[in-house]
Write a protein that binds this ligand. Structure first.
Ligand SMILES: NC(=O)c1ccc[n+]([C@@H]2O[C@H](COP(=O)([O-])OP(=O)(O)OC[C@H]3O[C@@H](n4cnc5c(N)ncnc54)[C@H](OP(=O)(O)O)[C@@H]3O)[C@@H](O)[C@H]2O)c1
Length: 280
């Protein structure tokens, strides 16, 4: 075991939203935080305020290795890894190009896995660590038009479940964060990345109405990213972190509904929220 346990916190995707709010919240609480982003200029203001910042693109092996090496050289180990970077590739399953699907998995799943693999030897050496994976309410339920994004978050849930058991003997806790709708750049990015539904597509109307539905949901009363930052702080610092943190009452309600409703009843509920594709 190392002389002193490192509790340094490495966070991915700190340019905006949940990652940025979490870095600010934890740094304000006196924790050693490494805020990272794939474009260093997007967190230059944090660097100017004295934060420790690093470039880190979760789809770039060399960038991930360099970031982990930098923290390990300075602190001994990454104590807490917050796998936050992610985005939603929306669009109907039939029409999202597979390259876009692969990019979605590269960022939301393979990036999270690879970065975790890189920090684990350091955590094991000091017999202490925390891996905090930002999943989603969408890791437990599926909304139509978002199937591939949900698939990545379901994958994050499954991988986290396995890791929780595998890593416990090494003193490493794994926690999953499941936010509902949170104000951030998420909605803008996902609407911008929406695929399919072009001219003549049977999903044109479906995509349009879904985009309006999502925009309306985010225009309503939505929690801020600080709500997620607070539960990540608990997962990172509490002596007894929970295995799972669901953020927003609406997310808890939707997840409970999914647990109790049979599939057809759930589909009828979803039909009250989203309009299906119309057959001419
Ligand atoms: N907001 C919600 O309603 C909500 C709900 C449930 C779960 N989540 C999850 O919460 C996490 C954070 O999302 P957010 O709401 O804070 O959205 P956001 O404001 O769009 O932030 C996403 C962050 O991920 C970063 N990112 C994307 N690709 C990356 C890559 N290859 N390498 C490193 N960073 C990358 C973005 O960086 P760039 O600026 O460089 O693109 C940005 O910093 C995501 O995993 C998302 O799925 C969000």
């Amino acid at each position: 075991m190392l002389d002193q346990i490192s509790k340094a916190i490495l966070i991915t995707g700190c340019s905006t939203g949940i990652g940025r709010a979490t870095a600010e919240h934890l740094a304000a609480g006196g924790h050693t935080v490494y805020a990272t982003a794939r474009r260093l200029e997007s967190i230059a203001d944090l660097g100017a305020k004295g934060y420790k910042t690093l470039a880190l693109d979760v789809t770039d092996e060399a960038s991930m290795q360099a970031a982990v090496r930098a923290v390990e050289q300075a602190e001994g180990a990454v104590g807490v890894l917050v796998n936050n970077a992610g985005y939603a590739q929306d669009g109907p399953i039939e029409e999202v190009p597979l390259d876009a699907v692969r990019r979605q998995f590269e960022t939301n799943v393979f990036g999270l896995v690879r970065l975790t693999q890189l920090v684990l030897p350091g955590m094991r050496a000091q017999k202490w660590g925390r891996v905090i994976n930002v999943s989603s309410v969408g890791g437990k339920v599926v909304f139509p038009g978002g199937g591939f994004y949900h698939a990545t978050k379901w994958a994050v849930e499954a991988i986290s479940e396995a890791m929780r058991f595998e890593l416990r003997p090494f003193g490493i806790d794994v926690a999953v964060i499941e936010p509902g709708a949170i104000k951030s750049s998420y909605e803008e990015t996902s609407l911008g990345a929406m695929a399919g539904g072009g001219e003549g597509s049977p999903y044109a109307q479906f995509n349009r109405e879904r985009a309006e539905r999502v925009a309306a949901a985010y225009a309503g009363k939505t929690a801020g990213p600080e709500a997620v930052a607070k539960v990540i702080e608990h997962a990172a610092t509490s002596k007894h972190p929970r295995t799972r943190y669901t953020v927003t009452a609406q997310a808890r309600m939707v997840m409970s509904l999914r647990r109790i409703l049979p599939d057809r009843a759930w589909d009828r509920f979803i039909g009250t929220q989203f309009k299906p594709p119309r057959v001419e």
